[in-house]
Design a protein around this ligand. Structure first.
Ligand SMILES: O=C(O)c1cccc(C(=O)CC[C@H]2O[C@@H](n3cnc4c(=O)[nH]cnc43)[C@H](O)[C@@H]2O)c1
Length: 276
């Protein structure tokens, strides 16, 4: 089982490496086009050996997609393809109360899937962990006289990737994480009005960050499942950079990956420990 974890900046990569390294020493640094992979081999509780590669690919969905695609392609060409790509880092949390998604009309509650509106996520407070049950590009589309239209409304592409439900459940249960949609934005939200608009369009949103959709899109192009894990450093809303608690969020990221690293290799196994 081979897992690629992609962060934006080196501080996030180092936090993840410290966490995974709690159960496994770093075994190698490997160059890939545009970056350096840090490789670790945690021992999974059951099943085949696990290799975890961690890469800081840059800020934003384009850098994330480019770095992820480069790493996935290099591995595929070497005939050692990845089984999972994870977008990880700090993120903004939707900390305020919001309308109950289940009470909204279906189209407003979850416009991008056929699935019923899921349970409302808990508030994602500073220092908490959010695991994405949907990875959504929130600003990929067009402004129209009737408001924002997603690219899918215009007949193009996709704006949503769904991580494997058993893995989301395993990670959330192991870390007491909030489950919800994680939005990918190219512009960090800086006002209460924008935060409210995002929540109106995505009532199930728990967090926003800038890379998840890029990682997931690159992974989907190679039929690799994707996951997103965010440690909440700030509230989504009026810009107040001084209030960001980056150190606490990085510590939460380390702790979380210390817990979940061994799990990342087991979610496709049946109870006997064989691959499903
Ligand atoms: O200044 C530092 O020490 C530092 C250490 C680690 C990370 C950073 C970043 O600024 C990372 C940027 C990264 O964070 C995500 N992020 C965090 N909060 C939000 C938000 O409210 N909205 C969108 N993105 C957010 C994002 O994924 C960036 O790539 C600094």
């Amino acid at each position: 089982m081979r897992v690629l974890i992609v962060t934006a900046v080196p501080a996030e990569r180092d936090a993840v490496v410290r966490g995974v390294g709690a159960t496994a020493p770093e075994v190698a640094e490997l160059p890939v086009p545009g970056g350096m992979i840090h490789r670790l081999s945690p021992v999974p509780p059951t099943g085949p050996p696990l290799t975890v590669d961690v890469l800081a690919a840059g800020v934003g969905p384009a850098a994330a997609a480019a770095g992820t695609a480069a790493a996935l392609t290099a591995a595929a060409v070497a005939r050692t393809p990845y089984d999972l790509a994870v977008s990880a880092g700090i993120g903004g949390g939707f900390t305020s109360a919001r309308p109950n998604a289940a009470a909204l009309p279906d189209a407003a509650a979850r416009p991008t899937t056929e699935q019923p509106a899921p349970a409302q996520p808990a508030a994602a407070r500073l220092g908490s962990i959010v695991v994405a049950d949907a990875i959504v590009a929130a600003d990929l589309g067009a402004e129209t006289p009737d408001g924002f239209a997603a690219v899918t409304d215009l007949g193009f592409g996709t704006v949503e990737h769904l991580p494997p439900a058993p893995l989301v459940a395993a990670v959330a249960e192991a870390t007491d994480a909030v489950r919800g949609t994680v939005l990918t934005v190219s512009t960090v939200t800086g006002s209460a009005e924008r935060a409210a608009e995002l929540l109106r369009r995505h009532p199930h949103a728990a967090a926003e960050a800038m890379e998840g959709f890029g990682v997931a899109e690159a992974a989907a192009a190679q039929s690799v499942p994707a996951l997103e894990v965010r440690a909440i450093s700030n509230a989504v809303g009026p810009r107040d950079r001084a209030a960001w608690r980056i150190g606490a969020a990085l510590e939460a990221l380390t702790s979380t990956f210390g817990t979940i690293a061994p799990l990342l290799g087991t979610w496709t196994l049946d109870p006997e420990g064989t691959r499903q």
